[in-house]
Design a binder for this molecule. Structure first.
Ligand SMILES: Cc1cc2nc3c(=O)[nH]c(=O)nc-3n(C[C@H](O)[C@H](O)[C@H](O)COP(=O)(O)OP(=O)(O)OC[C@H]3O[C@@H](n4cnc5c(N)ncnc54)[C@H](O)[C@@H]3O)c2cc1C
Length: 441
């Protein structure tokens, strides 16, 4: 029996999906670890339609779980308690304003589609992530996504000019003309960045765009150890203004590749960097910095994509080994090697497989654990405790979702928890939207 929301027939016919086979495709997360269930999927086409749905759902004491591209690695994107699933996949307008260099995009626009559209104007967007083919700008805003270019452009929060939303209480803010500066008091809409849907649903985002870089190269060098990678990365960040990405490819992860890498086997894995300059200029800089060593350098688009694939395909190779528990940790960069060692040792001693990679330039390590569930729990708790000791964060860019609620409760003070709960009750009373995400109270 499908839930009756008393929607006008004209709306219900267009937004309701009740076919269990179709719904099942939305109820499993990217890792396959988190599987939910629901009997109703809503797919609104406009901000107004979405607002109407939220009001009807609230009036019927039902709950909504919002889904963008369903690439969450924190278990936040599938309905675990039979919430109504609301997908933003049909909110896909893209309006580019080449004068203000902004784009207003529907929450359901996939990052790759935005990149394709703005390239026609010679423009680019600062945030880029490997899940670009599925992740949506609404989901990326809701999780304050980071990705490979954070050290130059910051996470989503630094690239958003404005956004429109529907709160759980039914109140809304509509998109408006792009304003590049606005200091008229605190911004309520900013609260939604990184909120993972606990206040409401983002319906569109206005993004700051950039001119496309004229030059771009990618270089990979094999490492003896992560410490060596940190030392090279620090030299490059401090001296090469055009540095765009500094990434770590852990040795255990590289070994999962279906073919041999184009660099010699190395006990410390490899360092991948992206630089927005000409190869000859970069070669001179390496010389000056006394960083001449084995570098594989690519500066044409096809070879750049090939080299990036050694970093971006790692999550897929890991997924072929098993269903990983994904820890997304950040620490001050000079403590990254300490964290890496601790993760490897703790996992090895417990008989758990551990594959690491990450955004070295941001002190962000992705630790992927595969093993029996009770072992994963013990290993991950030991690693989280160590992260706290190192003054790090239990989530650098993936968010809390449903999988890290327990850890959040450890790192948040009682006052912070109370204040967050109070904010939820202001904007999303009764937790109509995303009731199980981020915290329970
Ligand atoms: C291979 C791979 C690589 C990845 N690399 C990175 C990376 O480098 N950096 C990074 O930060 N992340 C990365 N991720 C994680 C993921 O892609 C990001 O968290 C992304 O921002 C999620 O976007 P989404 O549209 O898929 O959101 P979903 O997964 O659908 O949802 C994520 C959360 O946001 C909420 N939400 C979604 N849309 C909205 C909305 N419109 N309004 C309010 N709440 C909403 C959901 O309820 C959920 O809690 C990666 C994931 C994969 C699978």
């Amino acid at each position: 029996m499908v839930r009756n929301l008393d929607l006008p027939r004209s709306v219900a016919d267009n937004v309701n999906v009740t076919d269990p086979d179709i719904i099942a495709r939305y109820c499993r997360d990217w890792t396959g670890r988190v599987v939910g269930n629901t009997d109703l999927l809503l797919r609104p086409r406009t901000h107004a339609e979405l607002a109407e749905l939220v009001r009807h759902v609230g009036a019927h004491q039902e709950k909504i779980l919002v889904q963008g591209g369903n690439t969450s690695l924190a278990g936040g994107s599938v309905p675990l308690n039979n919430e109504i699933l609301l997908s933003t996949e049909r909110l896909v307008t893209i309006k580019v304003d080449p004068v203000s260099m902004t784009a207003n995009v529907g929450a359901g626009v996939k990052l790759a589609d935005l990149q394709f559209e703005i390239a026609r104007y010679g423009l680019a967007f600062g945030v880029d992530i490997a899940s670009r083919g599925s992740a949506t700008l609404g989901g990326m805003t809701a999780t304050n996504a980071g990705g490979i270019h954070v050290l130059r452009y910051g996470p989503m929060a630094d690239n958003i000019v404005d956004l429109s939303y529907v709160f759980g209480d039914g109140s809304t803010r509509e998109p408006r003309e792009a304003l590049l500066k606005d200091a008229t008091g605190p911004s309520i809409q900013r609260l939604l960045v990184g909120s993972e849907g606990i206040f409401g649903i983002i319906t569109s985002v206005t993004l700051r765009l950039l001119a496309q870089p004229q030059h771009r190269l990618v270089a990979i060098t094999p490492l003896q150890s992560l410490e060596e990678g940190i030392s090279i990365g620090t030299k490059l960040r401090g001296n090469v203004a055009a540095i765009n990405a500094i990434e770590f490819l852990g040795p255990e992860a590289v070994q999962l590749a279906p073919s041999n890498p184009p660099w010699p086997t190395s006990p410390g894995g490899a360092l991948l960097i992206e630089v927005l300059s000409e190869a000859s200029v970069f070669a001179d800089q390496l010389d000056e910095l006394e960083l001449e060593r084995e570098w594989i350098i690519a500066d044409d688009p096809r070879r750049i994509t090939d080299l990036w694939s050694w970093r971006e395909e790692i999550p897929g190779w890991i997924a072929r080994v098993g269903k990983p528990l994904k820890l997304d940790l950040s620490v001050p960069i000079d403590r990254l090697a300490d964290l890496y060692q601790l993760a490897q040792t703790t996992a090895r001693e417990a008989g758990v497989q551990c594959y690491c990679f990450g955004h070295l330039g941001d002190g962000n390590l992705h630790v992927n654990l595969i093993g029996e569930d009770h072992l994963l729990e013990a290993v991950s708790h030991a690693i989280y405790r160590h992260v706290v000791k190192l003054a790090g964060a239990i989530s650098a860019e993936h968010g809390i979702g449903t999988l890290k609620k327990q850890e959040l409760s450890i790192v948040q003070s009682a006052v912070e928890r109370r204040q967050l709960a109070q904010l939820i009750e202001i904007f999303n009373p009764g937790r109509v939207i995303n009731p199980n995400v981020m915290m329970d109270y």
